[in-house]
Write a protein that binds this ligand. Structure first.
Ligand SMILES: NC(=O)C1=CN([C@@H]2O[C@H](COP(=O)(O)OP(=O)(O)OC[C@H]3O[C@@H](n4cnc5c(N)ncnc54)[C@H](OP(=O)(O)O)[C@@H]3O)[C@@H](O)[C@H]2O)C=CC1
Ligand SMILES: O=C(OP(=O)(O)O)[C@H](O)COP(=O)(O)O
Length: 341
């Protein structure tokens, strides 16, 4: 069993913890927080030993009826690998600790590529993880882009990509963030950071991305155009998506044309926390013009798509499963995850 520590039990960390706990070859040896809040009670309810960044706060946890197993360093000492899901920028500060203790670590997309020196996506570069101490699972938007670009590149060859990200403003519980009534260019400069981030995993792809933020909390929406090297048809492209274990098709017959309806759908499907782990490509939008010009819309659930990638990244760094297809199969099966469509 791979002993996994989750440093940062928030939006991403709590999901990764549950996904790790579901795997046959992994166990959660501890999760961490800095303060008493609802997620501390969830850790207790799930039975995950809770560690804290600053032992000086132990009395506050105990007063709330939450047992503290120790500090973060104590958690790391009993782990084989740590998934760092602390807020962006904190992972970089944690890196020296992981180095000192000689622990493998996985960082998230809020950290720069250089923090790990290796950025990861299971379908695209699983095997390259071997021998690394550190890896970074790219951000939610980049994960969604890499999945679809890599699949299209394998099938038809991708010449260039142009994409617009319509990004959710905040996660559902993030009550202090906005905007409430605006469409914000974020950034107003072109390209946005997403294209260069895709290049950390797929360096050969010519990609330019633009991004804005809108007042929603559930999912980003991507507008994607790719020039293909080989002529194809809409039907052939749909077959590629149908055969991909982490690309789902939002079928025309569902009538779904928005993030809100897609949320209702994942909820009704019984997905834990309403999570859409896969890309949600809108079937109706899939278009091929003149044989080589591809277009589509895809929905990306920001809280969810990086979760199975973190699980595969654990096996890739630990070197316990060499074949990416086998790891992806194991992860999906343990989660009960079959892509929609
Ligand atoms: N949310 C999203 O949509 C996505 C986020 N990411 C990336 O994932 C990472 C985590 O983001 P997210 O889950 O949203 O963040 P959250 O703020 O939801 O969670 C962060 C967690 O880290 C804990 N924490 C903070 N500081 C420390 C510390 N020094 N030591 C240990 N634990 C600490 C917090 O505990 P406490 O609350 O007690 O302080 C909290 O549990 C970021 O890099 C982000 O960019 C990637 C894809 C999507
Ligand atoms: O990593 C994310 O987005 P990104 O791919 O746009 O960088 C997550 O949605 C978190 O983004 P946030 O910085 O808006 O919370």
């Amino acid at each position: 069993m791979i002993k996994v520590a989750i440093n940062g039990f928030g939006t991403i960390g709590k999901r990764v913890a549950d996904a790790v706990a579901a795997q046959p070859d992994m166990e959660v040896i501890g999760v961490s927080k800095t303060s008493v809040s609802a997620e501390a009670y969830i850790a207790k309810q799930r039975g995950y030993p809770l560690y804290i960044a600053d032992l000086g706060k132990k009395p506050a946890f105990e007063k709330a009826g939450i047992e503290v197993a120790g500090d973060v360093e104590a958690m790391l000492k009993v782990a084989d690998i740590v998934v760092d899901a602390t807020p962006g920028g904190v992972g970089e500060k944690n890196r020296p600790l992981y180095e000192r203790l000689g622990k493998k670590a996985i960082f998230q997309g809020g950290e720069g590529h250089e923090v790990a020196g290796f950025s990861f996506n299971a379908h695209a570069n699983y095997k390259e993880a071997e021998g690394h101490q550190f890896a970074r699972v790219v951000s939610c938007n980049s994960t969604g882009l890499i999945r679809i670009i890599h699949a299209m590149d394998q099938a038809f060859g991708v010449g260039r990509v142009r994409a617009v990200m319509v990004r959710r403003a905040a996660d559902p519980s993030d009550v202090k963030r906005g905007p409430v009534d605006a469409i914000v260019l974020n950034p107003a400069t072109i390209p946005s950071h997403h294209g260069p981030d895709v290049n950390t995993v797929l360096p050969q792809i010519n990609i330019v991305t633009l991004a804005m933020i809108v007042p929603t909390t559930f999912m980003h929406m991507h507008v994607i155009q790719m020039d293909l090297k080989k002529e194809t048809t809409r039907e052939e492209v749909l077959k590629v998506f149908e055969n991909h274990s982490r690309i789902g098709l939002v079928r025309k017959a569902t009538g779904i044309k928005s993030n809100a309806e897609l949320r209702e759908y994942t909820q009704d499907l019984g997905r834990p926390r309403t999570d859409l782990w896969e890309n949600g490509v809108f079937e109706e939008s899939v278009s091929v013009l003149d044989g080589k010009e591809f277009y589509c819309f895809q929905a990306i659930h920001q809280e969810a798509d990086v979760v199975p990638e973190n699980v595969d990244c654990i096996r890739a760094l630990m070197g316990t499963v060499k074949d990416p297809k086998e790891s992806i199969r194991m992860t999906n099966e343990a989660l009960g995850f079959v892509a929609i469509g």
